[in-house]
Design a protein around this ligand. Structure first.
Ligand code: TYD
Length: 326
């Protein structure tokens, strides 16, 4: 069962392949709505909750933090409380099997600066933005519900995701679509910030592994082992587009001519990097894509799925999506 409030980045058009499947259900529900969550839990009787519902864009959190506090902190609290009541009502076998998997971010650990260290599961929390502070708060609540009430939880903290269906506010889809439309490619500051890029299907495989095999009470870091500077990522996108879409918007020489250094993000973290050795050693997961193979797949996907993103850019995806139940 997929529970989603369908805020601005939610898109039922990303789920057409699941719609109508006999094992799939959807409800447009806000995780802050305790009564609705309680009803879903009682009716659906889940064995596992994978909690991915969050406001996730750092720039938006700086412009307007309120929704991040509400969804990421109050929403997580609401889910935890409702799951605690539901879990308490289960018979011993189901109680034993139940687990709550909280999906979080490496940004809770803060900025690595220009060091060569990487985040491990025991790195101290030191979040920088309203977004990462709200996710750090949620992680603390999840651990407290485990320690104080015995709720069986697992937590995973991932690095920057990219791939098909990503909302075009994040770096990689934003750059692909701006280049295709002949718009500037705005790189913050000098473009020398480093992110550790994780292909979304690798992340999905890791989530399935942690949710089903992770040890209760444990945290697992999930990373692609693919650190790149932002400017290098944007230049790589331009090179792939030169090859796959040489037919450019009128008057444009090279896609890379669109790269423009713009004012930096306030409080911009310099570097994130994940040490994923725990999940590899204990659960046998490792990323299958590197940034070169993953970026190529991603650019191809956006080239082949123009109607999906055109309907986002022109707002059509938001029509006819209120009160959806399938
Ligand atoms: P983003 O995709 O917003 O993820 P996060 O902030 O969670 O890391 O940004 C990735 C990096 O790219 C980050 O260092 C900010 C930078 N960036 C730009 O330089 N220009 C942009 O237009 C965007 C959206 C991000």
């Amino acid at each position: 069962m997929n529970v989603d409030v369908l805020s601005y980045a939610g898109n039922l058009e990303s789920l057409t392949h699941a719609k109508g499947h006999p094992n799939y259900a959807f409800s447009q529900t806000n995780i802050c709505n305790a009564a609705q969550i309680a009803t879903h839990l009682q009716q659906f009787q889940p064995d596992i909750i994978i909690h991915l519902a969050a406001e996730s864009h750092v720039d938006r959190s700086i412009d307007g933090p309120a929704e991040f506090i509400q969804t990421n902190i109050v929403g997580t609290y609401t889910l935890l409380e409702q799951c605690r009541h539901y879990w308490g009502s289960l018979d011993p076998q189901h109680k034993q099997d139940f687990r709550f998997h909280h999906v979080s971010t490496d940004e809770v650990y803060g900025d690595l600066g220009n060091t060569s260290t990487r985040f491990t599961e025991s790195t101290s929390y030191n979040p920088s933005s309203p977004y990462s502070a709200s996710k750090a708060s949620a992680d603390h609540l999840v651990r407290a519900w485990h320690r104080s009430y015995g709720l069986p939880v697992v937590i995973s903290n991932c690095s920057n995701n990219y791939g098909p269906y990503q909302f075009p506010e994040k770096l990689i889809p934003h750059m692909i679509l701006s280049a295709l439309n002949g718009k500037i490619l705005p790189v913050y500051g000098k473009g020398d910030q480093v992110r550790d890029w994780l292909y979304v299907e690798d992340h999905a495989r890791a989530l399935a592994t942690v949710a089903t095999q992770g040890k209760i009470g444990e945290t697992y870091n999930i990373g692609g082992n693919n650190e790149r500077r932002n400017l290098d990522v944007v230049q790589a996108i331009c090179s792939i587009l030169e090859e796959l879409r040489p037919d450019k918007p009128v008057g444009l020489g090279l896609y890379s001519d669109l790269i423009t250094l713009v004012e930096d993000r306030p409080g911009h973290d310099q570097r994130y990097a994940i040490d994923a050795s725990k999940i590899t050693q204990e659960l046998g997961w490792q990323a299958q894509e590197n940034i070169e193979t993953g970026l190529r797949k991603t650019v191809l996907w956006y080239l082949e799925n123009t109607s999906w993103w055109e309907r986002i850019l022109n707002g059509a995806y938001r029509l006819n999506r209120q009160g959806k139940q399938a």
